[in-house]
Design a protein around this ligand. Sequence first.
Ligand code: ZN
Length: 478
Amino acid sequence: MKQNSSSLNFDDNRRKKTHKNKKNNNKFLSIIVVMVLAITIASVSYVSYSINEEKTRGFDVYLGDNHIGTIRTEDLAHEAYHEVEEKLTNTYDMEVVLDKELTFEPTHAKDEELTEKNELVRNIERNINFKVTALEFFVDGESFGIFKSEDEINFVLDRIKEPFVNVIESETRKSVLTKVEFLENIEMKPVEVNYGDFVNEEEMIQLVETIQQGKEEMRTHTVEVGESYWIIARMYETTVDELIEANPGQDPQKLKPGDEVNLFVPVPLLTVVTYEEVEYTEATDYPTEVQQDSSMYKNQKKVVVKGVKGISEIVANEVKHNGILADREIIEEIVIEEPKKEIVLQGTKELPKTAARGTFIVPTRGRVSSPYGMRGGSMHRGIDIANSVGTPIYAADGGRVTFSGYKGSYGYMVEISHENGYTTRYAHASKLLVKSGDRVYQGQHIANMGSTGRSTGSHLHFEVLVNGVNQNPSRFIY
Ligand SMILES: [Zn+2]
């Protein structure tokens, strides 16, 4: 630029001089010579400058704020940059993002001042930080951690699926697993993090456990006949101690049907949904036809033709949630064997008064002075109900008197067979009002209370036996 402007000045001078010294031809000629000479020099030097200017054109390369070299063409820097990215990508086996960008400023430099590619690569590596593209794993929008790759998330998911993908087959059941998925919405979103800021193998195994153990949810169980804390604990795969903890104020010894027991039931954080096409044979119930028979008592039933279950082959689609059947769609049912109906005779005749009803009434009035169970080192096989001598004793249910008389430590006693497996005994009586062989009805006055036999005061000793084995009478009369 400087040389260029000076040549313009020269041109300008020439015009002024021409104007001032029109008549001096010699001088004019010499000026022209000088001028031509000057133009020639200027032109030659301009051409040589131009050639030189083009030859030395280049760029200063910056990575962020750092000058990392001088190059002839931008391509070289881009190549170096990608080489670093590629190296890192190969090293970490992940998509790599460098944290600084290249910028270029035009400059001039001689060949020997230029930076070589190897040096550029080194300078980039020295000045760079990088992020890797990892995947964040979400279940229903909740983050379960950042993972190196989809493979590692699948490692966790496969572990969760594992217990449910083996279909159960037997001689009577064929099954084909057609699909496995999760009930929850699973997402993987790319996220840029520092290398290493993702879950390691140990944490992945821990996550599997956390998902399987799940969160505890409070549920209640309604107690059924014969259930104890121990049985309930086994049903829900928990412990008696945990039940006690979940049910403050409840006495496990006094559990009765209808009581509600709190349970902490673990609910896994992921639900594996499996779809199966199944084929199985199934026993089908037979219908029952009831025919009335006036020659039989109301409480009597008799099977005259035994029913036979049928066999059907079922083709169905089953959907299970964590291995538990959630839905079954029957596609086809092929009857292999029709069920055969059962014919039952049902009596219509009114029951005799002395027939057992199958329930017991409390056989006398008084207070329970001694319960059933161990007492002073020996077994007390009945309950004692104490009241004054002469208090009436009633038959707990209808039946036939099988003993009425004096029997050792029982004293005066009545024994009634209820002809349904149950027998009752009424001991220590002061007076007997029935004799062996009599039929008695429920609530019939059969004896009076006393203190005969081995007895320390007036009371009724009442026993209940099932097929000859003593039971706790409290189970039947309260
Ligand atoms: Zn007793």
